[in-house]
Design a protein around this ligand. Sequence first.
Ligand code: SF4
Ligand code: SF4
Length: 306
Amino acid sequence: MIKGIVTDIQRFSVHDGDGIRTTVFLKGCQMHCFWCHNPETISHKQELQVNTAACIGCMACLSSCPHGALSKVDGKPQYSRERCKVCGSCALACYAQARLLVGKSMSVDEVMAEVMQDKAFYDNSGGGVTLSGGEPLLQMEFTMDILRRCRQSGIRTAIETNMAWPWERIATVLPLLDILMMDIKLIDPVRHKDTTGIGNRQILDNLRRLSKEKIPVIVRTPVIPGVNDTPEDIGAIADHLRDMPNLLYFELLKYHPLGTGKNRTLGIENARILTPPPDEFMHMLAEVARQRKINVRIAGESAKHK
Ligand code: SF4
Ligand code: SF4
């Protein structure tokens, strides 16, 4: 039986494709962008998320830990990530949900049981299922099996991928998709590697090959202060999209510091809090992209701004 590691299944999602959707977040990504909204999906392993602000000091976790990773200091639990074996006992003991085990091993049947609950909503709204993450193509067999089962059940499918794969992997998944959503963070290869951890040559090669396919494509760029928030960087990305006949639209996503707090709870050290770009600045960047005669949207804005 094929199993995968899932961080969340979000029902009634309206941001990851058309209509009402269920988004399945898979754990694991080859990139490690410091601005990631979902840093709990970067590692492919299960993790313990510790939110000390939610702790009510009941100490129920202390006796539940079989590995000596918790001790009592000044009336609060002191946690050693080094000793922790991520067994999840303390998360079960914690009623305040200050300790959560992130990443659940699920079979395709279990995922489909959740997905099928909203079949009527997909049918009525033109929605479906989106596989996101993390990077869904990292758990290729699991992803392929979910997509196949969705197809067999008449559910429309989409994935959100970083496209940093050999083309063969992309080509394998395309026949099972109705929409492909991909990120382009930067065109400059050096800065791309510095900020994401990997180069972008494969991504841009795949974009070129994708433009010869029939599948509708949405390209998204998170606008990150100090990383790619210049007219030059956004213009350079838009230049790569101008001759793409299957581009549905290019979407700009305003940086949000949501991931910073989550990083702390996961013990990730690269937390940086930036100021989100103002709306007017996002509109200016969108105009820069529109000058390339492509359809441009700003995520979260109403149709009149699109
Ligand atoms: S069980 Fe939860 S709320 Fe209670 S002390 Fe431990 S972390 Fe805090
Ligand atoms: S996950 Fe397991 S090993 Fe880690 S602190 Fe909790 S109970 Fe201890």
